[in-house]
Design a protein. Structure first.
Length: 95
């Protein structure tokens, strides 16, 4: 069996990757795919960058709550998109 090597990335690469998301408007999955990295890695870099910028480190409870709220936000956005599509179909059928 071959041992998998962990790649290391320069701070400059990490900053540019995070800038794609924060400044260029890319989604994390799209930016990660374009860079050839996993999206979880980019999420971690983004969170670390944002924590450094805010100057406030989150404790474990705050981090867990933030994760829960982000998931809830993602779910609500998905539900909103589904409802938009459903209402568009209903309007199309009534015409």
């Amino acid at each position: 069996m071959t041992k998998r090597k962990n790649r290391s990335y320069t701070n400059e690469f990490k900053q540019e990757a995070v800038a794609l998301v924060l400044e260029q408007g890319y989604t994390v999955p799209k930016a990660a795919a374009s860079l050839g990295i996993k999206d979880t890695l980019l999420y971690n870099w983004k969170a670390k960058f944002e924590a450094e910028q805010s100057g406030v480190a989150l404790d474990a409870d705050e981090r867990a709550e933030l994760k829960r709220l982000r998931k809830e936000n993602k779910d609500l956005r998905m539900e909103k998109e589904i409802l938009k599509k459903a209402s568009a179909l209903l309007l199309k059928e009534t015409k």
